[in-house]
Unconditional design. Structure first.
Length: 383
């Protein structure tokens, strides 16, 4: 813990900072991962001060506090009160837009802030108010009423308990959402950090010294097909993908194999698909460990490609260099289809890259897009 700066000069709409606040490493990491713009504001009292004093914000913050206080001890009502209305979101968006020192995305700070506010609302609706998650395997799972009440009460208390570097002095909704995820043990979004370390340390080191021009393709993206049987590390389709990958890699014109797949199927599985694919490539096919990059977060085909594109950027792979997607003919055909394009637009808001051409029933040439860098906490398990 460390002393916080004095906030005596802050507007009355910002709760005064305590002399000391707990530095919760897990929640701090989750906050930075899910809400990069708002989280950064929480680390700068001057930024919080300016946001609170922006036109319309004093009224918005006062209304939100009064709405929650009017609920008394009704925990569902207090959760509902933390949702951001369209008008409140617009005021916050306007207040944050001019804070140029805060991080932003390729489509601008207002668009990123909209995603973060939508992420807060989505977490509260699913984890506190019982809304159905977009994907059934996500969310808190079946919860007894008594357990739900305990989670809501704990989140309500935690949202008001000082945390170092938090934006909760402006509004408690972010810390409430983070507490809900923590109470449900759904901190998946930071489960494999730092992504450049661990199993990826050796390929990252190789990438830093690599002459990318030696290779026709920067990477082979091997998509996941999660198993549906409890206790099954790899699905039958996943094993087929690995044979295809090893066969294709043997030609020598691809720099890295990038395996992508998270801990998604079946629900609560202990196996991370990318880790299992990596182990099989090394043990069964003799692929060098420094030639395999593991992307362990993706839960859907859309995010297989988005997260692979992100990771290639972190490796320093030239974005203009093409990659190859290798998977079974059914999934390959789906990735090339108009239906998949529509799904990307609906779920991501953009295309994670461009299908350049088809090489075979199991191989597509793909060029990643910078838009994949956008953080989107509307999927709090893999933003």
């Amino acid at each position: 813990m460390r002393a916080l700066l004095s906030t005596a000069a802050l507007a009355v709409t910002v709760v005064a900072a305590p002399a000391w606040a707990a530095d919760d490493a897990l929640i701090a990491a989750l906050s930075a991962r899910l809400f990069p713009t708002l989280d950064a504001a929480g680390h700068d009292p001057a930024v919080l001060d300016r946001i609170a004093k922006a036109p319309g914000m004093e009224r918005v913050l006062r209304t939100r506090r009064e709405r929650r206080a009017a609920c008394g001890q009704d925990l569902a009502c207090r959760a509902q009160a933390l949702l951001w209305s369209d008008a409140e979101a617009a005021a916050l968006r306007s207040a944050v837009a001019s804070e140029n020192q805060l991080p932003t995305a390729d489509d601008g700070r207002p668009a990123q802030l909209d995603r973060e506010i939508a992420g807060i609302n989505g977490i509260v609706r699913v984890y506190a108010l019982g809304a159905t998650p977009t994907t059934p395997i996500d969310g808190p799972g079946p919860i007894a009423p008594k357990d739900l009440a305990a989670r809501l009460q704990a989140a309500d208390w935690l949202a008001e308990t000082p945390r170092d570097g938090s934006v909760q002095r402006l509004d408690p909704s972010i810390d409430y959402a983070l507490a809900l995820l923590d109470a449900s043990d759904r901190t998946d979004a930071i489960g494999h950090e730092p992504l450049t370390g661990g199993a990826n340390a050796a390929p990252m080191a190789r990438a830093r010294a690599l002459d990318w021009k030696r290779y026709r393709y920067s990477a082979m993206i091997v998509t996941g097909v999660g198993p549906e049987i409890e206790g099954e590390p790899l699905s039958p389709f996943g094993k087929y993908h690995l044979r295809l990958a090893a066969q294709r890699f043997a030609r020598g014109d691809i720099a890295f194999i990038l395996v992508t797949g998270g801990r998604a199927h079946p629900r609560a599985t202990p196996f991370t698909e990318a880790d299992e694919m990596r182990k099989a490539l090394i043990q069964r096919y003799g692929i060098p460990a420094d030639a395999i990059v593991s992307e362990p977060y993706a839960r859907h085909t859309t995010t297989n490609l988005r997260n692979a594109s992100r990771l290639l950027g972190r490796m320093g792979a030239p974005l203009a260099t093409e990659t190859v997607i290798v998977c079974n003919p059914l999934q390959s055909g789906y990735i090339e289809s108009a239906k998949f394009t529509e799904r990307n637009a609906a779920e991501l808001g953009y295309q994670p890259g461009t299908i350049v051409r088809r090489v075979s029933p199991t191989e597509l040439v793909f060029r990643p897009s910078r838009a994949s860098e956008r953080v989107d906490p509307r999927d709090p398990l893999d933003p």
